[in-house]
Design a protein around this ligand. Structure first.
Ligand SMILES: [Zn+2]
Length: 304
């Protein structure tokens, strides 16, 4: 599950938009900085005629096209929009529970709540909205969260390409992270190392652990399994223990380099280091952007 937060611009309110196409005039209602597409009002108990229904369907498409290009912000008069995945929220929640005076409650991360700096924010209405005033508070709480992370004992577990020391996966110590799932195997990691598990299960049962290592290499072999997939050899560098996979191996794309192709690292390390505010930027930066847009425009943050 993911949640989406967005803020509308003021172009509708200030009349700074492309004129409405004539044919959709009777269906569109503009109020403040929102626009609605609906049937023209009919008498009570009177159903829209077939002709109206027909027009509605055709003109709905024209409306969509218009509102996605009607102002310089495009995208349905949206100033800022972000989508946050459940994993990101879970990691944030876990980090908060480990921080001094943290709050530990996954329930708090329902669609209509955001949990920052150890506090829970409930939206100000049932519609799922945050006011610009609340947003101002959230921004200062993000700063507080960053400060707390800096001084905390929070640790990150990272999977690193030994050739260039690039961390291509990370999780918080104590939180197992799922990397990939296949028919027969699942790849995961935590502070105890990278693991290959039999079956695709949520929990780690020691009996199901086929391979575990904190420092290993991976090599493509000449062997092909019955499904025609090239098998890979994964070797724990310290013990020399080997495991032949049915194609499973690790690869990544360097997030900092645009257009980079997939990289298959030769040697991989699982390391633990102190967490920094930068580890949570993937979440705090977009949240800050959407909250700032609300403060700037004076408009509410919508949540869906
Ligand atoms: Zn706009």
């Amino acid at each position: 599950m993911a949640i989406r937060l967005w803020v509308h611009c003021n172009c509708l309110k200030h009349g700074k938009y492309k004129p409405l196409p004539k044919e959709i005039n009777s269906f569109v209602k503009i109020e403040d900085n929102s626009c609605y597409f609906s049937y023209p009002e009919t008498k009570p108990d009177q159903l829209p005629t077939e002709e109206i229904v027909d027009r509605y369907e055709k003109e709905w498409i024209i409306f969509q096209d218009w509102k996605n290009n009607a102002c310089k912000h495009g995208n349905n008069f949206t100033l800022e929009e972000i989508t946050i995945g459940q994993w990101s929220l879970n990691v944030l929640d876990y980090a908060l529970s480990k921080l001094p005076s943290g709050y530990n409650d996954l329930q708090a991360l329902d669609s209509f709540y955001i949990n920052l700096n150890g506090e829970i924010y409930e939206t100000s209405s049932d519609n799922g909205l945050f006011s610009p005033l609340e947003c101002k508070e959230f921004i200062s709480d993000i700063k507080g969260f960053n400060k707390k992370v800096k001084t905390s004992q929070l640790s990150m577990v990272c999977i690193e390409d030994c050739d260039n020391n690039y961390e291509f996966q990370k999780t918080i110590e104590g939180r197992l992270k799922w990397l990939a799932g296949y028919d027969k195997f699942t790849l995961k990691f935590d502070e105890n190392g990278f693991i290959i598990l039999r079956d695709n299960r949520d929990n780690v049962y020691e009996d199901d652990v086929i391979f575990r290592s904190k420092y290993f290499s991976q090599k493509e072999t000449a062997e092909i399994n019955e499904e025609g997939i090239t098998r890979w050899k994964i070797i724990d560098i310290e013990s020399g223990k080997e495991y032949l996979t049915d194609g499973e191996h690790l690869e990544y794309r360097n997030q900092k380099k645009a257009k980079q192709k997939w990289i298959i690292p030769d040697r991989i390390k699982v390391k633990i280091r102190k967490a920094t505010p930068a580890d949570f930027e993937y979440l705090t930066k977009p949240l800050e952007a959407v909250f700032s847009a609300s403060v700037r425009s004076g408009n509410f943050v919508f949540i869906g």
